[in-house]
Design a protein around this ligand. Structure first.
Ligand SMILES: Cc1cc2nc3c(=O)[nH]c(=O)nc-3n(C[C@H](O)[C@H](O)[C@H](O)COP(=O)(O)OP(=O)(O)OC[C@H]3O[C@@H](n4cnc5c(N)ncnc54)[C@H](O)[C@@H]3O)c2cc1C
Length: 383
């Protein structure tokens, strides 16, 4: 089936992006800048906090700078050093090859959302897409306010959302989702140029600087542990704070949030980049394990390639959906599938006392292994 370009002419939307995190906002901005009509639907209202370690790999810095997507009024922290500790606190330090920077999602997403709005993207906040049905050659999106929207192309950038995945009957939704993510912003005494990843039983916790002398303290833990201990405080006392580095951070820092941000029901299981004709970008296409520290970079990079694939087809004066889907899916696989796989295998090495101690000892003796893992899970800088 072939479409013509029809910016702003009919009620059938050209492009609808579901979800306004990094993948959604960046793809909406890029497509809008290239003359396409874009509607972005976000279930929350900006600005808001979300669970994320907020360390961004430098692989996306040239892209963000060349597209003027970084806020210039904020001084982001530059992170060049990495420390890694076992459950018992055995430590390994090494420089980061690529490095990265820290900025809160509260600031970054709000900045991107305001660019999108100013440049003409139709951003609908506080609106949730509850289902997306493809029929003949377009989509009907059902919104929580009872409205229905018709769209030619839909980008699924709704992150780790379990509800929409269930409505779309995605195969991985039948698998267990045994994780929780917990984030705090803190004030503490910690090197500004370092990111540390501290293991604890059934999880790991990262700490690194963000803007305004604040630090992000974010961990991936186990839902089963939370159930077993009854609440976060009890679970943290029994597991997280058993790592002496984390005990020190938790006991000697000022917690800025009244309550931590918490998410659950997400999975690292493989997903597909195109599902039910929706072009998935960011975590909806696949969530890389947080220890790799580059889920945000992947989301931004996926936004770039999904936008380029769409624009490429429009440039030809028509849209051939089959070719578009195959092209995007192939590019996604080539760029990201191996990185996600290595991330999943690496995560299996931590979380249990024996493997965590062994892995850190092994890496202490051969930093080559740690560097090789970093290389396999990170991409090259692009603009
Ligand atoms: C514990 C933890 C720590 C992490 N630490 C890091 C790190 O330090 N560095 C890093 O690079 N990555 C990290 N990540 C990964 C990173 O947070 C994600 O990969 C990244 O946020 C993905 O961006 P996204 O745009 O795909 O999704 P999100 O940023 O999750 O955005 C999705 C958006 O869609 C909206 N939405 C969801 N459902 C709907 C719906 N039905 N209708 C409308 N809107 C909807 C949501 O409200 C949200 O705003 C971490 C992840 C976890 C779990």
């Amino acid at each position: 089936m072939v479409y013509g370009l029809s910016k702003g002419v009919n009620v059938l939307k050209e492009i609808v992006v579901i979800g306004g995190g990094l993948a959604g906002l960046v793809s909406a901005i890029l497509l809008n800048r290239n003359g396409l009509e874009v509607t972005l639907i976000e279930k929350k209202t900006y600005p808001f906090h979300r669970v994320c370690g907020e360390y961004i790999s430098n692989e996306v810095r040239p892209f963000l700078e060349s597209h003027q997507l970084l806020p210039d009024h904020i001084e982001t922290s530059k992170i060049t050093q990495f420390e890694f500790t076992s459950i018992k606190g055995k430590s390994l330090s090494l420089p980061l090859d690529l490095g990265g920077f820290g900025i809160s999602r509260y600031v970054l997403d709000e900045h991107l959302a305001s660019i999108a709005k100013q440049e003409g993207v139709d951003v609908r906040e506080k609106t949730t897409v509850s289902d997306a049905v493809f029929h003949e050659d377009s989509f009907t999106l059902k919104l929580n306010n009872g409205e229905e929207i018709e769209a030619k192309i839909v980008i699924g950038a709704y992150g780790k959302n379990a509800n929409l995945d269930k409505s779309l009957k995605r195969s991985f939704t039948s698998k267990r989702a045994p994780f929780i993510g917990v984030k705090r912003h803190i004030k503490t005494d910690f090197p500004i140029d370092k990111i540390a990843l501290h293991n604890f039983e059934n999880g790991y916790c990262g700490i690194s600087a963000i803007e305004s002398d604040k630090y992000n303290l974010c961990y991936l833990g186990s839902r089963a542990d939370l159930r077993q201990y009854g609440n976060l405080e009890a679970m943290e006392a029994a597991t997280v704070k058993r790592n002496p580095h984390l005990k020190d951070i938790f006991e000697n820092s000022e917690m800025i949030f009244e309550k931590p941000e918490v998410i659950n029901e997400f999975t690292f299981a493989p997903k597909t980049a195109v599902e039910n004709h929706i072009l998935m970008a960011g975590d909806s296409a696949g969530l890389i394990t947080p220890l790799c520290g580059n889920g945000m970079a992947l989301a931004i990079h996926a936004a770039k390639i999904v936008s380029e694939c769409i624009l490429d087809h429009y440039k030809k004066g028509s849209l051939d959906r089959d070719t578009l889907e195959k092209k995007y899916s192939n590019q996604w696989q080539q760029l990201f599938a191996k990185r996600l796989w290595v991330g999943r295998q690496t995560q299996k090495l931590f979380g249990s006392k024996i493997t965590s101690e062994l892995t850190v000892s092994l890496m202490q003796n051969s930093k080559f292994i740690a560097k090789a893992i970093m290389k396999q899970t990170h991409g090259q800088p692009f603009d």
